[in-house]
Design a protein around this ligand. Structure first.
Ligand code: C5P
Length: 224
């Protein structure tokens, strides 16, 4: 089976409030998207890399023989990934593996990609990078100024999902087609009754969402 990377990068990134889509935000002289692609370009295990972009994206200039743009992004991350899967489906077999990775996680490394593939390549379902939750979790009752703790959730056994998440092309397409509200690949696959494998990720593979996250990323990654 082959291993295909699919990078959704079609979001607006409005929460980061950077004045441009966050995948193009500068981190020490290069865009976040360029840095995210490093590990996939360098991994000897990855056969092809596709980037899902908004149809009206005019900024992308990273296309090479190994990095191919797909201008098929949609209104949600799920729509973007599913459109990307549909666009490549004719070029690959149903059992080829797809590693879906957020453009917003530039801390991904070739070692983490190898960890995920090693753990999942012989698995019937697939799996994802994730980290055990460190913080104590509170469920709020009330919103905004009225927010109070409604409950404290037992942290035991809770993991925070990261990416890449790797599943076989045909299973993932069918799972997403049936799950319009899924927020990640594993969620869609779980809804079909499967149990994806949890593979330890890394703190450095955090998702950049808020403006402060970019300051941290510049500090951590600028010299890489
Ligand atoms: O906004 P969020 O950080 O959850 O987005 C995760 C990833 O999904 C980002 O890389 C973003 O560009 C991508 N995305 C997308 N299409 C959307 C929304 C998000 O490709 N409509």
């Amino acid at each position: 089976a082959r291993f295909i990377a699919l990078i959704p990068a079609a979001g607006g990134g409005s929460r980061a409030d950077l004045g441009l889509p966050k995948q193009y935000a500068d981190i020490g002289g290069r865009s976040m998207l360029d840095r995210t692609l490093d590990a996939f370009r360098a991994s000897p295990l990855i056969d092809a890399v596709y980037v899902v972009l908004a149809p009206d994206d005019r900024r992308f200039d990273l296309a090479t023989e190994e990095v191919r743009p797909l201008y098929v992004g949609g209104a949600s991350r799920r729509d973007s990934v599913l459109a990307g899967l549909n666009a490549i489906a004719g070029s690959y077999g149903p059992n080829d593996w797809v590693l879906v990775h957020d453009a917003a996680r530039p801390g991904i490394t070739t070692a983490l990609i190898a960890d995920l593939i090693d753990a999942c390549r012989d698995d019937a379902v697939g799996g994802l990078l994730a980290l055990p939750v460190a913080d104590t979790l509170k469920r709020a009752s009330g919103q905004g100024d009225e927010a109070r703790v409604g409950a404290t959730l037992p942290r035991d056994g809770l993991w925070a999902a990261q990416t890449p998440q790797m599943f076989r092309l045909d299973l993932l397409r069918r799972a997403y087609a049936a799950a319009p509200d899924a927020t990640d690949e594993a969620g869609a696959v779980e809804a079909m009754g499967h149990a994806p494998r949890l593979v330890p990720g890394s703190q450095r593979n955090f998702k950049l969402t808020w403006r402060e996250d970019f300051a941290l990323a510049r500090h951590l990654f600028a010299n890489e």
